[in-house]
Design a protein around this ligand. Structure first.
Ligand SMILES: Nc1ncnc2c1ncn2[C@@H]1O[C@H](COP(=O)(O)OP(=O)(O)OP(=O)(O)O)[C@@H](O)[C@H]1O
Ligand SMILES: [Mg+2]
Length: 248
């Protein structure tokens, strides 16, 4: 059974002038456990909307989302929140760390909802995770004292500390320089592989996209497979830019 499946998923929002914006128009997606997928697409095509649906932060307007074969549209609020916390880790472009908390406290935070042994060992588990991303000596630093790359490592440690089955990354290198971005994505890729987590990354960055085994483009509200193997030539921009228009 696939880890997750989207069937005919749409997302429509009503704008202030009462017109409807059809962001997603029938997305089909199947992801197996441990798969690494890159999603590209022009700005405004609905990539973040799609990722938010996958991470149970938003819901489809119509269509079906199956997680382990379970229709998440039928889950009640509490079970849905539990699945979100247990199964998903999020990495964002802007890191989204708690500014008044140290690196260690930021990574401990998701474990405050854990139970039993994990809860009691939370500080050690978080410290080990920070060690794994190369920040063992910065546990007590506040985010403002860390570089962008270091902040993103803290964010990755926070996303992975509960060992999610799916890591959702929305432009994880968008705020970093090229070399730092490559390093960060290499790390994300390696940790996902080690832990067996699936990795779904939205990116404008060819280096990031080319690490994934499967590539999809979101355009005109639907996902289509693309081939970014070297033999196709061209740049990511040329692939992404082949949309006729944004989702509207
Ligand atoms: N709740 C909402 N209400 C109104 N419009 C919305 C809402 N959510 C998203 N949109 C619009 O839907 C479109 C898709 O947004 P989304 O953030 O998913 O795009 P994106 O592909 O992630 O873009 P980017 O690459 O710039 O991050 C945009 O035009 C956005 O303004
Ligand atoms: Mg976005």
């Amino acid at each position: 059974m696939p880890l997750l499946e989207l069937h005919a998923v749409t997302r429509t929002v009503r704008l202030p002038d009462l017109s409807e914006l059809h962001i997603l128009r029938g997305v089909e997606l199947t992801v197996e456990a441990g798969e690494h997928i890159a999603i590209v697409g022009r700005s405004g095509t609905g990539k973040s909307t799609l990722l938010n649906i996958l991470g149970l932060l938003d819901s489809p307007s119509t269509g079906q989302y199956l997680l382990d074969g379970v229709d998440v549209g039928r889950l009640g609020g509490r079970r849905r929140a539990r699945r979100r916390g247990d199964d998903f880790g999020f990495v964002f472009q802007q890191f989204n760390l708690l500014p008044g908390r140290t690196a260690l406290e930021n990574v401990v935070a998701p474990l405050l909802y854990a139970r039993g042994r994990t809860f009691w060992r939370r500080t050690r588990i978080a410290a080990e995770m920070l060690d794994r991303v190369g920040l063992a000596d910065r546990l007590d630093s506040l985010p403002a004292r860390l570089s962008g790359g270091e902040q993103q490592r803290v964010a990755i440690a926070r996303a992975l500390v509960r060992e999610p089955r799916v890591i959702l990354a929305d432009e994880p290198t968008g705020a970093l320089d090229v070399d730092t971005g490559n390093e960060i994505v290499g790390m994300l890729d390696a940790i996902a592989t080690d832990t067996g987590a699936a990795l779904i990354a939205i990116t404008h960055d060819l280096a990031v996209a080319s690490r994934a085994r499967r590539h999809l483009r979101l355009g005109d509200g639907v996902l289509t497979p693309i081939d970014i193997a070297p033999r196709t030539g061209g740049t990511l921009e040329s692939l992404v830019g082949s949309d006729s228009a944004a989702a509207r």
